[in-house]
Design a protein around this ligand. Structure first.
Ligand code: URA
Length: 233
């Protein structure tokens, strides 16, 4: 059980203080009855309405941008008991989940949300959202290898969509790879196809969202512009 104004704030309706005003004004009902006392508590099974509309915690949408560290799985739970990206997020009560997947040993930009529409938009192949991966690799590829990499790689008997490979530094050999598909271990396997090898892999961009200076294992709520970008995809 929790206080009605706290419940309203957690549903994303308004601040606690504003909720107190709404309660006093008789705009809130619990199980069909107008409630104006501040001490009211609500729990599971209670139906709360604000201005006639049912509110619940699922309604508050949460958008988190994480720098996933290596050594954790991109999942909500893991049947092998390994740490998951959701385990890293503290103090969020909504049932968030990661959008798309990064390998156990890949780090970088990961979005977690409870907004199914946004998750679908981000992962639907028809939207062709570019993802940029910074890869530390074994050696800098030759121009002909880059040409082949960008246009002619087959994985599992199926051609990959056009990709981009950009050299960032020669020593150590670091490249940025841009792809919009999300096939299993795609960047690692594509680089193996040109006789190269990924030493470490970090996703730095998804569409126009950037990892920025967020440290490994850290996360933050997205800014309004970022959320709007996702909703308008
Ligand atoms: N490509 C990979 O090989 N691994 C990832 O985690 C993401 C893209």
């Amino acid at each position: 059980m929790e206080r009605l104004q706290k419940f309203m704030a957690e549903c994303g309706v308004c601040s606690r203080r504003k909720a107190e005003e709404y309660i006093k004004e008789g705009k809130v009902t619990v199980n069909g009855v107008v409630v104006t006392e501040m001490g009211t508590k609500v729990g599971e099974g209670d139906v709360v309405r604000f201005s006639g509309r049912v509110i619940n915690k699922e309604e508050k949408k949460v958008y988190i941008l994480m720098n996933k560290p290596e050594g954790c799985v991109t999942a909500v739970t893991d049947d092998r008991g390994r740490k998951t990206v959701v385990d890293l997020v503290k103090g969020v009560n909504e049932r968030i989940y990661p959008v798309g997947r990064l390998d156990y040993n890949t780090s970088g930009l990961l979005i977690l949300t409870n907004d199914g529409d946004v998750a679908n938009k981000l992962t639907h192949p028809k939207n062709k959202i570019d993802k940029v991966y910074e890869a530390r690799i074994k050696r800098i590829p030759e121009p002909a290898e880059i040409f082949f990499f960008e246009s002619d790689i087959f994985l599992d008997g199926r051609k990959t969509a056009p990709a981009k490979l950009e050299i960032i530094t020669e020593e150590p050999p670091v490249v940025n790879v841009t792809i919009h598909e999300g096939r299993n271990r795609q960047v690692r396997r594509m680089l193996e196809e040109i006789d190269n090898k990924v030493i470490s892999l970090k996703r730095v961009k998804i569409g126009s969202l950037s990892l920025g200076s967020l440290k490994k294992g850290k996360y933050r709520e997205m800014m309004e512009e970022e959320v709007n970008y996702l909703k308008n995809l």
